[in-house]
Design a protein around this ligand. Structure first.
Ligand code: ZN
Length: 167
């Protein structure tokens, strides 16, 4: 079984604990990324959207999964299942150390995930204690002035990647 772990990193100026609005396991948060077919190599033209509160039955099986998708090119069907409990917010310490944070693990059958897109609402805290809700990161950055800490706060250099974990 091959799992893909979504890792994010960013430069955080006077900010910490960057995560999806309700946490990494927020059931309503939508993770957007493209899928590459493991059979023919075709990449889906648009991002696919997955969230924990959307489940579908696995074809010809008993369990449920978060996505069943058919490759438009070769008709091969694949599934993506989200594995909860592994994510953690991106802290300022990790960011300064040049480390990435693990957000979510995906069990992908028949597809390989790529090109995660930072859509949806995000939450981040300033080091002075201000919480910013529903932050839009789709433009790739965020900048504000923190009244409490009397300093600028900024998210920049956002990056995401999927690392392969075999289990
Ligand atoms: Zn295909």
């Amino acid at each position: 079984m091959v799992n893909y772990t979504l890792m994010i990193s960013a430069d955080l100026e006077n900010l910490t604990n960057l995560q999806p609005q309700g946490g990494c396991d927020d059931s309503a948060f939508a993770y957007y990324f493209k899928l590459k077919c493991g059979n023919c190599g075709e990449v889906s033209p648009k991002e696919t959207c997955l969230s924990l509160n959307e489940t579908v039955p696995i074809p010809k099986s008993r369990g449920t999964t978060n996505l069943v998708q058919k490759c438009k090119f070769c008709d091969r069907e694949g599934t993506v299942t989200m594995i909860t409990g592994r994510g953690q917010p991106l802290t300022q310490e990790a960011s300064e150390a040049g480390k990435s944070s693990r957000l979510m693990v995906f069990d992908c059958r028949g597809f390989e995930p790529l090109e995660f897109a930072f859509y949806g609402g995000w939450k981040v805290e300033s080091v002075a204690g201000t919480t910013y809700d529903d932050v839009d990161l789709s433009a790739g950055e965020f900048a504000e002035y923190d009244e409490k800490g009397e300093c600028p706060v900024m998210i920049s250099n956002l990056r995401a990647s999927f690392s392969v974990t075999k289990s």
